[in-house]
Design a protein around this ligand. Structure first.
Ligand code: 4AD
Ligand code: MG
Length: 461
């Protein structure tokens, strides 16, 4: 049986005989012995191991270098050195795989995140990416726990779809047609009847429409899966493939939606503070010194709520000029969102009731018909972290809105049916999972909070 280094560092007792497996972070040679630090990904800190001449294959220790994989058995002893409570006195070790010091790219020094992205197959062995992946895992666990505690059903919505949920045309086509010999119709259009699904098909941009179907059977549901956007945005907040969490609630209006979003963010932050304390300390020390303060601020303070019109008024009053001029009707840009969250409110806030023209067809039309019951949650440093709305549940208005957005109404027959048979007010939102992890950790670039980022011109690893 082998032991997890995180557990040993926390609970390991002197005189216990243990075995660890992992990768060597550093080795310091002295006369007759060496200190080897081994990390197995379970925690930021590795376990310090002393290997001395009494160990049988001591002569192979020369091949134990940074990056090598190793199994070590021995006895735990109190550590006289600074920085650790306990260390391992080796009795035997087995070197699994060597790691050539001439070529191993992760020698003990600081590497830029840009460089680490070029070694996506090794960067998860670094302190920062290790901490990110553990926090990411804790966030995902917290998300499921939050919804399961509230009896939301987890729904697996499809990745392949024939409809554009957001109507923004940012779809990746999927096809099995031979692209060097595309079949054409008599009108010289692509003949999709010969394609795999007999019609155009895409990777989903959101599971919302299917989640709405499920909410109208089960009341409260959520999806949590990958989504895809072919938007050519090379920013620190956009990915072409990202994970989205989407709750959907029947018999729920916009207010309930805002309340859920707030309770949800508080819960996830608290969970991560409770379960990844060391990693969060690391982010606070090394990446962004406001990370812990931000987390407690989110947990302790009530989110502010303003309407889009109030947001525009605040932006017009701002003592600065924005790159993108402010007037009622514009889509809020990241600079506007960040100004509101960072400088005016200094915490996340919900902005509601956006102009009809800039939001998706499914959002419920307000009585003035100028705005819809939309809700975005804006966060410091990130801008939009959550986007949601109350959905249009009235058949005639929804039909009108689909037409006004020039969407093919026949494709939405089943979506419209939900308004014919037992329609109810319902609401939901989508949280960009990587934006959440970014917000939580203070990581500047979204490409460094997902194991293998997909962005324009990049699908390596
Ligand atoms: O605001 P969006 O486009 O909303 C929807 O897709 C709705 N159907 C959600 C719903 O109501 N069920 O996207 C939701 C969130 C955004 O707030 C943002 O956090 C994230 O998804 N997001 C992205 N994250 C990373 N890269 C991108 N390209 C993203 N686009 C959106
Ligand atoms: Mg949005």
């Amino acid at each position: 049986m082998t032991h997890r280094i995180a557990d040993i560092l926390k609970n390991g007792q002197p005189d216990s005989v243990i075995t660890i497996q992992g990768w060597v972070r550093t080795k310091r040679d002295s006369k007759g012995f060496a200190f080897v630090e081994v990390n197995d990904g379970s925690s930021m800190a590795g376990l310090q191991v002393i290997v001395d001449e009494s160990v049988p294959n001591y002569e192979t220790l020369a091949q134990v270098t940074t990056g090598a994989s190793i199994e070590i058995s021995g006895v735990l002893v109190p550590s006289p050195g600074k920085g650790q409570r306990i260390e391992l006195k080796a009795q035997s070790f087995h070197l699994y795989g060597t790691s050539d010091p001439e070529t191993y790219p992760l020698q003990k020094k600081r590497h830029s995140f840009e460089f680490l992205r070029t070694i996506g197959h090794l960067r998860s062995r670094t302190n920062t990416l290790g901490a990110v992946m553990r926090v990411r895992n804790a966030c995902a666990t917290a998300i499921h726990q939050f919804f399961q505690e509230r009896d939301f059903l987890w729904m697996h919505t499809p990745i392949i779809t024939a409809s554009d949920c957001e109507g923004a045309g940012e779809l990746f086509n999927i096809t099995t047609l031979d692209l060097t010999q595309v079949p054409l119709t008599t009108e010289k259009q692509v003949d999709y009847s010969q394609d795999f699904f007999g019609r155009p098909a895409y990777l989903t941009v959101s599971g919302q429409l299917e989640a709405e179907i499920m909410a109208l059977s089960f009341k409260n549901v959520y999806t949590f899966g990958p989504t895809f956007r072919a938007e050519n945005s090379n920013t620190s907040r956009h990915l072409a493939e990202f994970w989205m969490v989407e709750p959907e609630m029947a018999f729920c209006a916009l207010d309930g939606n805002v309340e859920l979003a707030e309770a949800f963010l508080k819960y996830v932050f608290q969970y991560v503070l409770d379960h990844c304390a060391d990693d969060m300390e690391f982010f606070n020390k090394r990446i962004d010194s406001s990370v812990l303060e931000t987390a407690s601020n989110i947990i302790d303070s009530k989110f502010d709520r303003i309407t889009y019109s109030e947001a525009i008024a605040l932006l017009e009053k701002a003592d600065r000029t924005f790159e993108y001029p402010v007037e009622w009707g514009i889509d809020l840009q990241s600079e506007h969102e960040r100004y509101l969250a960072e400088e005016v409110f200094k915490k996340p806030l919900a902005v509601t009731n956006y102009p009809t023209q800039i939001k998706a067809f499914y959002m419920r039309l307000d009585d003035d018909e100028k705005t819809v019951a939309a809700m975005d949650v804006l966060a410091p440093k990130i801008g939009e972290i959550i986007g949601g709305s109350q959905r249009e549940e009235r058949l005639d208005i929804l039909e009108r809105r689909i037409k006004a957005h020039n969407l093919p109404i026949d494709d939405y027959w089943w979506y419209l049916d939900l308004r014919r048979y037992g329609s109810v007010p319902h609401s939901g939102f989508g949280l960009g999972f990587e934006r959440l992890v970014q917000f939580m950790t203070g990581m500047a670039n979204i490409r460094d909070v997902i194991p293998f980022p997909r962005t324009p011109l990049n699908a390596d690893f």
